[in-house]
Design a protein around this ligand. Structure first.
Ligand SMILES: [Fe+2]
Ligand SMILES: [Fe+2]
Length: 224
């Protein structure tokens, strides 16, 4: 970046942080609200497995906590997140690939009745969370991220939490002698990540007309 243009450098940095945080807050919100369905499916599918159900409950609480950290980051900035749609959601795209329908159309009864569907759901979560861990490690090496102490703290918390978000599902699959991933799902995860990173993120960065949200994604939800 050319010297003598601190205003431009600062504006680009702020825009990048704004974009990253907007994509993250969407995904964190989508994460914990989707986990409500996973929790319901697990409680019905394997009610005796209390440790597994407790791990999913804790996972849900962590994603809600991550959401709130980003919400506070925006509140400190005095602005709302940029409005992003489901095409920015890693889990939205992955569920779409794996099940051929959106998260909201994923019927809990079907997932409970079909053990292979529940296993697939677990594999999608394992791959999504492992991807999340790698992504956070990359962000924690970014000088732009490190230039914002609050955002750095947020990503350090996420980094600490992330292993506990995929290990319970992986262990559950391994205990049943089931694969923790398939080649097709691994490839899908990689493609989704590349699309988000190389297409969606830059497009959002450049589209200065993207409107901000009018209300917080959790407006109207019961406090939790
Ligand atoms: Fe998270
Ligand atoms: Fe996570």
């Amino acid at each position: 970046m050319a010297r003598g243009h601190p205003g431009i450098v600062t504006a680009l940095r702020d825009r990048y942080l704004d974009v990253v945080a907007s994509i993250y807050i969407y995904n964190e919100h989508r994460g914990y609200t989707s986990l409500d369905r996973v929790l319901e499916a697990a409680r019905r599918h394997c009610p005796q497995d209390t440790a597994f159900i407790a791990a999913i409950t804790s996972h849900r609480a962590d994603e809600r906590k991550h959401y709130l950290m980003f919400r506070r980051w925006f509140e400190r900035q005095g602005r709302m997140p940029l409005g992003v749609d489901r095409s920015f959601g890693h889990i939205d795209r992955f569920i779409g690939f794996a099940f051929g329908r959106g998260i909201d159309d994923l019927d809990v009864d079907t997932v409970v009745a079909d053990v292979s569907a529940f296993e697939k759901l677990c594999r999608v979560i394992v791959l999504t969370e492992q991807r999340g861990l790698v992504q956070v490690e990359q962000l924690l090496r970014s000088r732009t991220i490190l230039s914002d102490p609050v955002m750095t703290r947020i990503f350090r918390v996420i980094h600490r939490d992330e292993p506990s978000h995929f290990l319970p599902y992986r262990d559950w699959l391994v205990r049943r002698g089931r694969p923790a991933e398939t080649r097709a799902e691994r490839l899908a995860d990689w493609c989704i990540h590349k699309v988000l990173l190389l297409v969606k993120l830059p497009a959002l960065f450049l589209n200065v007309r993207t409107a901000r949200l009018g209300q917080w994604p959790d407006a109207g939800e019961a406090a939790g």
